[in-house]
Structures are given as structure tokens and as C-alpha cells.
Design a protein around this ligand. Structure first.
Ligand SMILES: [Zn+2]
Length: 363
């Protein structure tokens, strides 16, 4: 009943055909070359008559029953030992053996498959800020095999960062954060490229830095950078995921050009004045930064692989004290928005540079 890839390799070419029993979604995201997509209970295609049939599923367990059923109907049917996963390991195209093993647990997901993994490999993501949000986001994106990751941060790692910025370690105290993050990511995954920008994300360099990336993660900790990042992404038509955390509260949303509002549509102006917690002195729980930064990584993976539903036109809000979360719908863009509204007056971030200048911190 069970047959191995090695045994199939000895069969005469054209004497057998593969039957993919994992369902249409999985089939659509990658299958064995020449395999037919098979729905349970239906007859195999007419082209299968007189040929050996090799049924397969993800692991080679569920398809055994289908092969048995086909045998009862008179077909010479077999079950592929180890299933699609084993085939990927041995024959998967476009990936090295190391990559196939490294990404195995996500490539077997029907929503991602080999095609989604290829898209991730060809993608470039930029993370602005290697702090509490940027740390988990960068780790998960590197783990997922995003082909190129850029990290922007001018600050140095301090001991008080380590409570939440899990990408850095005690040995890295005093080192530039972008560099410390790069060092960690390269140890995590040597199959990807990592670029460290050891500078502040500013109106002078933002356009140049963002230009080469497909998706941007706003992991910054101040409103000036958040507005700057929003404006440059909107003007360059780049998708990005915003997130913010304060105490036990976290929020995130994703901007995709032409679909829903931008960050400025929602928050309009950079908050100014003494009451606004805009400095790094406010408290935050590390695990909450971990959750919200991971939400950003998940949004990036979905966008880059072209799967799932994004937080576009939706603000995800989480209260870490009660674990209540909700999604607030903000489906429409704000026509008065200064960067994407009808009478938008921000044409370039360098022209609008004064607005993004940080106010001196009073705390
Ligand atoms: Zn807008």
C-alpha cells in the first residue's frame, strides 16, 4: 500500500500519476509536479485509467484511506509514504535542503506552501526601531525567511532595554542597536541578508531608506517618527504596519496603499504638550511588546506572502491587564488628511521636515 519516493523513482516514466488529496487551497500553493487535485469521493480523472495512482496528503497518513478506497474500486493505487512533506524534503525546487528543513513547519501550511515561501524569500522588510516592538518583529521575520531585512536604530543597547528588547543581550550593552540586532538575526538565520542602519530615521534619510523595501514595520517609540514613517510610506505607496504600546495597552493597524486610511487619517496631528507620553520614560511590560511586535511580524508575513486578512481599515486594540482585545473599524480614509486626503499638502517629507522634529523631552 505505502510506497516511497525511492521506489517510485524506479517506476517507468508515464506509468503513474500523483493524486493530491490535501484540498484546493493547499494544492494551489504548491504540489508535486503533474499531480491532480482530488476531492474526496470523486472519480479520479479519466487520464488516470490504466496507470498507477499515488495518493498523497501532507504527512502520508490520511491519504492511505483514499488509496485503499481507490483500490477497492479497482485502481492500482498506492499511498505516498511521508506525504508531500517528504517530497518537499527530497525534491522541492527552488530551495536548498537547509531551507526546506528550516521552513518545514510553515511550508506545510496549506495557506503558505512553497509558493508563499518563495514570495517571502524574494521579499524585503524594513524595521524602524530595534526596541520592544522591533525585537520580536525582527526575530520572527528572520525566522520566517524574509529574504532581506533592514533595521534602523541610532541608539545603543542599555541594560534597562533588556527587560523587553529580547533581540539584544547583556554582552551587547553599549553596542549600536541596529548592529546588535543584525548580529542576532544572522545567528538565527544565515540564509537571509540583514542590513543595519546605524542612524536616526529622519526626514533627510527616510525616503532613501524606505525606497528599496516591500513592507515597513513601525517599531518606533515616538509620534514624530510615526508620522514621518507614515508620510514617507504613503507618498511612496508602501504598505506598513503601525503599532504602539503604553503601559498595558497595545494597538496595531496596517496601511496598504489604496485600501483604507493611513496613520495620519486616524491620528491627524503629532500630539504636542506636556501631557503627552512621548518619551521613553513611560512604563511598559516586555511581554506586551512581545505580543504586539509579533502581531506586526504576522501582518508582514501575510502581506508579503499574499495570504489572509490584514488589519487594513481596522485598529487592533489589546488590554494586557484583562486580555480584552477588540478590532475597531476605521474603514474610510479621512478626506482632510494632509498626506492622502483630497487637498493633501504634504508632497515630500523633506519639505515637511520641521513637523517631524522631536520636541525636547521634559521627563
Ligand atoms: Zn491619510
Amino acid at each position: 500500500m505505502d510506497v516511497t519516493l525511492e521506489q517510485i523513482g524506479k517506476w517507468e516514466e508515464g506509468s503513474f500519476l500523483y493524486l493530491d488529496t490535501r484540498g484546493e487551497a493547499a494544492y494551489g500553493h504548491g504540489h508535486i509536479d503533474g499531480a491532480a487535485c482530488y476531492r474526496k469521493g470523486e472519480e479520479p480523472p479519466p487520464s488516470f485509467s490504466g496507470k498507477k495512482i499515488v495518493a498523497y496528503c501532507t504527512y502520508g497518513e490520511e491519504s492511505r484511506k483514499i488509496a485503499e478506497g481507490l483500490q477497492k474500486q479497482g485502481y492500482e493505487a498506492y499511498n505516498l509514504k511521508g506525504g508531500f512533506r517528504e517530497w518537499l524534503r527530497q525534491k522541492g525546487t527552488g530551495f536548498s535542503r537547509q531551507e526546506l528543513e528550516r521552513y518545514d513547519r510553515q511550508m506545510i501550511l496549506p495557506q503558505l506552501g512553497t509558493s508563499g515561501q518563495k514570495r517571502l524569500k524574494q521579499s524585503k522588510a524594513l524595521i524602524v526601531g530595534a526596541g520592544g516592538l522591533g525585537a520580536p518583529a525582527a526575530l520572527y521575520l528572520a525566522g520566517a525567511g524574509i529574504g532581506e531585512i533592514g533595521i534602523v536604530d541610532a541608539d545603543a543597547v542599555s541594560l534597562s532595554n533588556l527587560q523587553r528588547q529580547v533581540i539584544h543581550d547583556t554582552d551587547g550593552v553599549g553596542m549600536n542597536k541596529a548592529l546588535s540586532a543584525k548580529r542576532r538575526l544572522e545567528r538565527l538565520n544565515d540564509q537571509i541578508k540583514v542590513r543595519a542602519y546605524q542612524e536616526f530615521f529622519s526626514p533627510e534619510n527616510a525616503e532613501e531608506i524606505v525606497r528599496t523595501y516591500d513592507f515597513v514595520i513601525d517599531a518606533s517609540d515616538n509620534f514624530e517618527t510615526k508620522f514621518l514613517l507614515n508620510d514617507v510610506c504613503v507618498l511612496q505607496r508602501k504598505a506598513f504596519c503601525h503599532a504602539g504600546i503604553l503601559g498595558f495597552q497595545g494597538q496595531a493597524f496596517t496601511y496598504v496603499p489604496g485600501r483604507g486610511p493611513c496613520y495620519r487619517c486616524i491620528f491627524e496631528e503629532i500630539p504636542r504638550g506636556g501631557d503627552v507620553p512621548n518619551c521613553s520614560q513611560v512604563g511598559v511590560i516586555g511581554a506586551l511588546a512581545g505580543i504586539v511586535g509579533s502581531v506586526q511580524a504576522l501582518e508582514a508575513v501575510k502581506y508579503l506572502a499574499g495570504i489572509g486578512e490584514l488589519l487594513t481599515g481596522k485598529l487592533y486594540v489589546l488590554d494586557g491587564l484583562t486580555m480584552q482585545s477588540r478590532i475597531v473599524g476605521i474603514p474610510k480614509k479621512n478626506e482632510a488628511c494632509r498626506v492622502c486626503g483630497r487637498a493633501a499638502d504634504i508632497r515630500s517629507v523633506s519639505e515637511n521636515a520641521a513637523e517631524y522634529r522631536r520636541q525636547p523631552c521634559a521627563l
